[in-house]
Every structure is written in C-alpha cells, then in structure tokens.
Design a protein around this ligand. Structure first.
Ligand SMILES: [Cu+2]
Length: 138
C-alpha cells in the first residue's frame, strides 16, 4: 500500500549556482527487531532538474554508517549489493522499496521503534545536501 510519509526536509547548505533540485516524496525506516543494530530505510526522491544527478552518500547522526544497497538474485539467492551511487535521471526518480534499492543503517545508537523518527542527510552529485526526518513504521 502506498502511504505518503510525513517528514520534514530542509536544506543544510546554500545551493551552488547550477545545483539541481529534488523532492523527497516518500521516506520511512522499518522498526528493528530486538537489539538488532542494523536498520533499513526507503526513500523515494524525484528530480525537478534538467540535469542528471545521483545520490552518492547518506549519513545519519543515529547510525555509525549508512550504505546504499540494492537486492539482486544470484543463483536463486537474493543478495544485497553495496552501490557507489543511485542514479537520479533529470525529471526522473530514485525509488527505494522492499526487494530493490534501499539504505542500510549500521551500528544504530538506539533500536528503531514504531512511532519514532530517524534523521538522514542525503548528498547528491549536483543537488544541495538535504536533511530529512523519517518516521519508523512497518
Ligand atoms: Cu542492504
């Protein structure tokens, strides 16, 4: 089911002259199980720029490290693979969802519980760095 997430987005830094612009239209993290220190988050980003861009890094004050991942089938086994970047075509989108592109949060300081939030800082090749606050939900 497609539920529009509630989140806040704010620009951290002033845009460079030719920066593209992005809209974060959906963002959430899944709750962690027990004392698990690894979490997963999904963000859908739309480009409103005429130039191709890419998501190249993600950080969180609540996790030691965030990696860009994809899932792929290899010999009938679903495996995660780390990506250097996720392409954001001009006027296109990056869509993260279960079974596909996602963000992995490593060494979480606290477990992620439903109703709480997590902060992410998105770094793009062109667009300004963007801070978002995601709800934790199923
Ligand atoms: Cu992963």
């Amino acid at each position: 089911m497609w539920i529009r997430a509630i989140f806040c987005a704010a620009l951290l830094f002033a845009s460079p002259a030719h920066a593209g612009v992005v809209n974060v239209i959906e963002a959430y993290a899944k709750p962690t199980i027990g004392k698990q220190k690894v979490g997963v988050a999904f963000v859908t980003i739309q480009s409103v720029s005429d130039q191709n861009d890419a998501l190249i890094a993600v950080e969180s004050p609540q996790a030691a490290r965030v990696e860009l991942h994809t899932n792929e089938m290899k010999n009938d086994i679903m495996r995660m693979r780390k990506l250097e970047k996720m392409a954001l075509p001009a006027h296109g989108e990056v869509r993260m969802e279960g079974g596909g592109l996602h963000l992995m949060l490593y060494d979480l300081k606290q477990p992620l519980k439903i109703g709480e939030t997590i902060e992410l800082i998105l770094t793009f090749q062109r667009a300004p760095r963007t801070r978002i606050v995601l709800p934790v939900r199923k």
